[in-house]
Design a protein around this ligand. Sequence first.
Ligand code: HSE
Length: 301
Amino acid sequence: MVRVQVPASTANLGPGFDCLGMALKLFNFVEMSETNLGLSIEVTGEGKSYIPRDTTNVVYTCAQQVFKTVGHNPKGLRIRLHNNIPMSRGLGSSAAAIIGGLVAANVISGGTLNPVQLLRIAIQIEGHPDNVTPALFGGITVYAHTDEEVKYLKIDPPSGLKAIVSIPDFTLSTKDAREALPKQISLEDAVFNIGRTALLIASLQRGDLNLLSVAMEDRLHQSYRAGLIPGMRKVFAAARLAGAKGVALSGAGPTLIALTDKNPDLIAKVMKETFLQSGVKAKSVVLDPSLTGARALEIKN
Ligand code: HSE
């Protein structure tokens, strides 16, 4: 039996569309063991009423992908999931399921695949690297790929950095949020985002949060998605007034994220109240970045 802990993640961090992400200290747990027959899946926590318990379960299909790759054939499998990451909210619940399944299956089949091989499989399944990379490695991750290779770097988040996530009580699928985006963008907007992404990485590396208000601006996706998230702009403005250093849509949304090193509780309260003024019930949570990615907490034979 193996028990794997996987962090939530926030993708894009504003301008870094499909290439930046950060792991957060909110965890899902995947327990996996080989049995003599069949498949048993138990789920507690987020998604327990609708996550499939059959062979369509994502954790199971990811495990199968590892077993197929390494030539391992368990007779049966028992999977227990305990989920703390809210689903379809832009906090990487699907990446956590994918990474949890891959890492757990890799451990019980002898640890044949290295982290980059696991990352490659995860990206093939998820389609985007910006949640699976921090979910696997932790910290803040920068990602790019060529036709043959995946390239990533992990940066340690600045000390004292707090992430306030304001999570609306409605879901938004990444597919719908991507359909709101234009197929082409102007050179001016591309330059706007390139400059800010570079500034953001440099600021985070130096631990200079004062540049985040500009460095987290974006023109590639957030304004196109604003119509899907009532109150988005007002919540951003209120969070800034309350002292947030930078604000962004968390991944494809609908969760909004603010980064700060001061007064996180006040910012959390203001974000929640401002959402409510736009008719959206939301829960605000203050989270620390997670320096560690997916890891096996317990291994028993
Ligand atoms: N970068 C993605 C998006 C986040 O904004 O659509 C989900 O992987």
